[in-house]
Design a protein around this ligand. Structure first.
Ligand SMILES: NC(=O)c1ccc[n+]([C@@H]2O[C@H](COP(=O)([O-])OP(=O)(O)OC[C@H]3O[C@@H](n4cnc5c(N)ncnc54)[C@H](OP(=O)(O)O)[C@@H]3O)[C@@H](O)[C@H]2O)c1
Length: 250
């Protein structure tokens, strides 16, 4: 595949703990020309000075309704065929009004809708909207941040209905997208990625029960992810892997 154009990277939902760490890690990779980050919020001034100084970082503020997302994609038209890395980092487990369900009485229609929208609908819409931008000769690896709790085979503990089901649904959307991408966007490899329990706002309320050695820093996970993206073969298949590159059962 052609490697003579600049390599660019796209990070969607870049304002969260993992999104920021992935942007920071990409900025240390001098083979990447430009990093485009999309978030509902303004650029975070953080992380070893890379952010503020780097003119390689383009930060776009956007909401995630489909017209706004389409506008972002339109804005990026001149980057067609140049992306070698895309990371979709959206994820919602809890907020001011939503808490992961412990028992079936906690299941709530509004919470299910909100969690499915953030975790399944938005990543799927990005992949719908991006295909024309990604198609080309350049090898491009697209990762969506999923979670091991989305594995139906691995579900022994129960609970967390909305989050689990939204990640299983994300995996099915990605699998189905991978079938069509294999026909229409042959240069793209799709990966559904479990970062492990990582020290971010999303996991904060649940960290007390996690042994210290099993709670990862965002920088460690971003490093692992870049290694996995470097090694990934463009095979027309969806891979579902953890931070260690190990395959997770569906
Ligand atoms: N941390 C962990 O232990 C862990 C474990 C397994 C899987 N994951 C997955 O890793 C990914 C990143 O999570 P994180 O730990 O970095 O969490 P985080 O710090 O809470 O970041 C959440 C991200 O999701 C986006 N987001 C939040 N609410 C949203 C909504 N209502 N609609 C659309 N986007 C929304 C944010 O985008 P903006 O930039 O627009 O704010 C932000 O990038 C998620 O998919 C999560 O499920 C995390």
């Amino acid at each position: 595949m052609s490697q003579d154009q600049p390599r660019n990277a796209l990070v969607l939902g870049a304002g969260g703990g993992l999104g920021q760490a992935i942007v920071a890690r990409l900025l240390t990779d001098t083979s990447i020309d430009r990093i485009i980050a999309v978030s509902r919020n303004g650029r975070t001034e953080d992380l070893s000075g890379h952010w503020i100084s780097s003119d390689r970082l383009v930060w776009i503020e956007s909401e995630y309704d489909e017209p706004a997302m389409a506008e972002v994609v339109e804005q990026l038209a001149s980057y067609k065929g140049t992306f070698s890395r895309v990371c979709i980092c959206h994820g919602l487990l809890h907020n001011d009004t939503i808490w992961p369900e412990k028992r079936l009485e906690d299941i709530n229609a509004d919470a299910l809708h909100e969690i499915f929208h953030a975790n399944t609908v938005i990543p799927s819409l990005w992949l719908k909207l991006l295909h024309r931008l990604l198609v080309g000769k350049r090898r491009c690896v697209v990762v969506a941040l999923s979670a091991r709790v989305g594995s139906i085979g691995d579900n022994r503990l129960g609970g967390w209905y909305a989050y689990r089901a939204s990640k299983s649904a994300l995996n099915m959307m990605l699998k189905t997208l991978s079938v069509e991408y294999a026909r229409r966007v042959k240069n793209v490899k799709l990966i559904s990625f479990h970062p492990g329990t990582t020290d971010t706002a999303l996991s904060k309320p649940f960290q007390a029960s996690v042994p210290k050695q099993n709670l990862f820093s965002t920088a460690f996970v971003a490093d692992c992810l870049m290694g996995i993206m470097d090694e990934a073969e463009v095979d027309g298949q969806l891979s579902y892997v953890d931070w260690d590159g190990k395959t997770i059962a569906w």
